[in-house]
Design a protein around this ligand. Structure first.
Ligand code: NAP
Length: 362
């Protein structure tokens, strides 16, 4: 099979893998296509739910006896270990797969080594890099290599870059279709993170509403001085609320904490100078693999400064605010030279109702 044909089948495998988002995490999203030598697809599969069959096993089931002598194209190196499911390398060998192409090496020291296992069993396994598959695996690679969650920010802004008027009004910047997409995403992530500025100004619930909820996200507030009002909506409902607070709090703040604890809030300490890294590491340790940031410029700027922001979904609404003191998507990063500012990578541009949706990777 030519590398171009392998890449075309990897395009397909990436597209189907993305259907696992919200179901598979903290596992990686993975897609697999089984094809004849001339690249005609026979069957396809993807990892649907954490603890369920991996993509290769899903595709092998769909292929049945037709898998014998065929080629498997997988977005991530087949695993070599027995977790909740058996090793995919063994499943491919037993099914009589003749050749394997994969796009990203498995960074997991426990599960990696599938390609070696296949080669040792006489099944050629070749890595063919594919940018889309690499993007798909990024959250998993980050978690394995840094033990930090994947952090995506979303915000809605005007054509001229305002996320709210100078008086804080921001309802609604984006169209109903864009907002529905955000609700769907809330129902797929482990946590939604906001800042105290947004809690005070907008009093959001940050729950997924009107959509299929695959996981009920924890609500997390960056609130160094414990200013969350006891009647805040973020403390209502079933999803737990956690406040990230300064590690040196005065007596008044501790009294406010006691009141908020009575409303079901839990607390996690921030690091020195209210840095977020240790708190995010602690959240990852407790099972938070994906975080959606829905905040103002203060928190987004802080995450950027600390190098903790992985991607941004920016909804650009068709209005010109024209207000010099309007609020911006990020602040607190003051540089003198434009050339010193790192550029994000633009991954996609789509239309969502009346808005443009830009997807950036940092
Ligand atoms: N269009 C959108 O998509 C969207 C989404 C979310 C929020 N918003 C808007 O963003 C605005 C809020 O943004 P924001 O940057 O102020 O807040 P934020 O990022 O949600 O919250 C964190 C920041 O709040 C500020 N802050 C305000 N009061 C505070 C307090 N009592 N204690 C500690 N920090 C406090 C701090 O900024 P400093 O350190 O700089 O003071 C802190 O960095 C609201 O108007 C909201 O409507 C828009």
């Amino acid at each position: 099979m030519t590398p171009d044909r392998v890449r075309a089948l990897l395009d397909r495998a990436v597209r189907i893998a993305a259907r696992g988002h919200g179901g598979v995490e903290p596992n990686p999203m993975v897609g697999c296509v089984i094809a004849h030598d001339d690249a005609t697809p026979i069957a396809e599969g993807f990892h649907r739910v954490c603890g369920g069959p991996h993509a290769e096993v899903d595709a092998l089931r769909a292929a049945g006896a037709r898998a014998r002598g065929a080629t498997a194209i997988v977005t991530l190196e087949p695993c070599a270990h027995r977790g909740r499911t058996g090793p995919c390398a063994d499943a491919l060998i037993e099914a009589g797969i003749a050749r394997v192409y994969y796009a990203v090496a498995d960074p997991n020291p426990i599960a990696g080594g599938g390609a070696r296992k296949l080669i040792d069993a006489g099944v050629p396994a070749e890595l063919i890099f594919h940018a889309g598959a690499d993007e798909l695996a990024r959250p998993f690679i980050k978690r394995i290599t840094t033990k930090l969650p994947w952090v995506s920010a979303k915000w809605a802004q005007s054509i001229d870059g305002a996320i709210a008027l100078s008086n804080g009004d921001s309802k609604w910047m984006s169209c109903a279709r864009s907002r529905a997409m955000v609700h769907r995403e809330r129902g797929r992530v482990d946590a939604v993170l906001t800042g105290i500025g947004t809690v005070v100004e907008d009093d959001p619930q940050l729950t997924p509403r009107g959509v299929r909820v695959q996981r009920l996200p924890r609500r997390i507030v960056f609130d160094p001085d414990v200013m969350t009002p006891v009647e805040a909506k973020i403390l209502e409902g079933d999803a737990p609320a956690t406040l990230l607070v300064s590690n040196a709090l005065d007596a008044a703040a501790q009294r406010r904490m006691a009141l908020l604890r009575g409303r079901g809030a839990t607390f996690l300490p921030l690091g020195p100078r209210d840095s977020l890294k240790d708190a995010l590491a602690a959240l990852a340790e407790s099972g938070v693999a994906t975080i959606l940031v829905e905040a103002g410029g203060g928190l987004v700027g802080r995450l950027l400064r600390e190098g903790l922001l992985d991607e941004a979904w920016v909804f650009v609404a068709p209005l010109l605010v024209g207000d010099a003191s309007a609020q911006r998507g990020a602040r607190g990063i003051d540089r003198d030279v434009l050339a010193a500012i790192p550029r994000a990578r633009l991954l996609s541009v789509r239309r969502r109702g009346a808005d443009a949706l830009l997807h950036y990777r940092f």
